[in-house]
Design a protein around this ligand. Sequence first.
Ligand code: ATP
Length: 266
Amino acid sequence: MSPDSNQDDGGVQDGEPQVESGESGVAPLLSVQGLSTGYGDSQVLWDVSLEVMPGERVALVGANGAGKTTLLAAICRLLPAWSGTITFAGKEITHSRAERVVKLGIAHVPQGRRLFAGLTVEENLRLGAYTRRAGSAQAVAKDMERVYAFLPKLSERRDQLAGSLSGGEQQMCAIGRGLMTRPDVLLIDELSLGLAPNIVDDILEALDTIHREEHLSILLVEQDVQIALERAERGYVIENGRIVLSGTGADLLESERVRAAYLGEL
Ligand code: ATP
């Protein structure tokens, strides 16, 4: 774990796709290098670099307002990058359109879930399939059953309006909608927000199964540092728009800085 910065190779690239391999010889699935962005004149992210390897679970943790949601928005191309590069599966997407990013295999489960309250669970899931890369009606139906198998509660609620679901069920529906795009990586923003601990555990277990069985990469953004780092192979800590610490989930959980600043210890 690097104690104060992971920005060792965060130089802005020259527009060519970055496909170089890391130490392991495997190229990252998602790579953000030297990213800066913000809103209007107000800069929020400063030279942020982060990677997600194929099949890896990565946590991005930090306090309220640190810039986590902003980073996900930039990766999903909902917010333009001011500088830096974003590459996915060897293709540079820094200036791609948001729809293309979804088609390439990045699914975003936004904070607040953003479901269509007046549509049923099944209709919301279908909207996920609408933006998918390819597939017949039969393939969509098969994937829907796959989502229901991972999240059985959703199956029970398939004809219920999304607006009438509990918070946990809404989070499951938002994750299910993401899965319907057939992603290679799922970006989940504040999974635990407003949910009871036992519900969070159920959702995390479902994600573990999906991760294991489908080799799905997950970038989990959380204010709840314990929840996020416990299951992550690697993690990053963001403070005031800068990555200040990175390492394995276990190392970060043991680090003095994380324990003091986020876990109320020491
Ligand atoms: P939270 O968990 O509270 O969402 P966060 O780490 O995700 O925290 P961001 O939502 O990315 O943080 O916010 C980072 C900074 O950007 C904050 O200072 C916030 O006020 C500002 N910000 C976020 N969205 C906008 C916006 N649409 N316009 C202007 N400033 C924004």
